[in-house]
Ligand binder design. Sequence first.
Ligand SMILES: NC(=O)c1ccc[n+]([C@@H]2O[C@H](COP(=O)([O-])OP(=O)(O)OC[C@H]3O[C@@H](n4cnc5c(N)ncnc54)[C@H](OP(=O)(O)O)[C@@H]3O)[C@@H](O)[C@H]2O)c1
Length: 333
Amino acid sequence: MNYEELMLRAITKAEKFKFTAKPNPVVGAIVFKDNEIISEGYHETYGKNHAEINAIEKAKNYLGKKFESFSELSLICTLEPCSHHGKTGSCADFIVDTGFKNIIIGAIDPNPKVAGKGIKILQDNNISVEFGLFEDRVEKQNKFFFYKHKNKKPYITIKIASSLDGKSHYNDERVFITSQSSLDDVQKIRAEYDAILTGGNTLRNDNPKMNSRVNFALNQPKKILLTNNAYSKELDFFKNASVDVFKINDLKKIINSYQKSDICSILIEAGPKLVNSFLKEGIVDELIVYSSTKKLGEKGINWFYEDNAIENYGFKLESSYKIDTDLKEIFKK
Ligand SMILES: NC(=O)c1ccc[n+]([C@@H]2O[C@H](COP(=O)([O-])OP(=O)(O)OC[C@H]3O[C@@H](n4cnc5c(N)ncnc54)[C@H](OP(=O)(O)O)[C@@H]3O)[C@@H](O)[C@H]2O)c1
């Protein structure tokens, strides 16, 4: 297998851990000698070993059997090995200490804590480093991670369910607007995000769980609540969850506070007040609208008060799908 084939294999197999590694990026690593794969490792779980460490630890089982010294081997890494000591040690130092002489890297890590520093550690220790192989694929695979570091803010998506007449809810009773299939689709969308954000009214009126109820293993999104008023900690929202509560209304300040955290993406699921406040701030990247054929009528509360409000906020329709009788539309800036 050549470098291209090995890199594509590492990228493809890393994808399996997308939901358990998040909010970390997915990363794959392959240790090989000439045409033979000695071992493979992946970043499987958030907070646990990085891919390179898993691959190298497995390779050690073959020392003296398939090879005599790590200097005979090469290492493929889809993302630049880290240079900092976070939840685990520095992978670049570990690679140097193991004795590799040849490393092939997909993309440079956009995290300013790393960003080229991992490569420098390797090169300063006389390791031959090639980088940039399928970097576009690695970036696409970790789109929220790259977005957050490039834009210095998490990727923000708003999800709303709208009736045919453009309404969000009734003030006096909880109502489900869309079909079960759309509700199931929302569970999968939640699984993709690092955090879910809502406002005080939705919390108190709906008592939502706002976790991701899917049939695969995942690192559940963190929850974020914006409220200045009293609420009960017994509500479902707080059950088995890590929740950040903000008692301030400055939305940019709240979002910017996540710049230095691991959170790369936030899904907003709130009512018209908070949704319109976020849209007015201009810090939203994507809007997902589920529209049903049901009408809420006069008693229903409008999502927006002008025609073409979504377009007027600067969004363009990117795609639309039918889900049962509902319509799912995705708008991006
Ligand atoms: N159809 C849907 O997709 C959907 C989705 C979610 C919710 N809903 C419905 O929406 C209803 C609530 O809607 P809502 O518009 O009254 O409330 P909301 O948008 O869910 O929340 C508004 C609350 O957020 C807090 N907040 C903090 N900073 C804010 C800011 N800068 N701008 C606006 N709000 C800020 C305030 O909480 P405090 O007042 O606590 O300080 C404010 O009252 C619920 O009853 C629910 O049924 C519908």
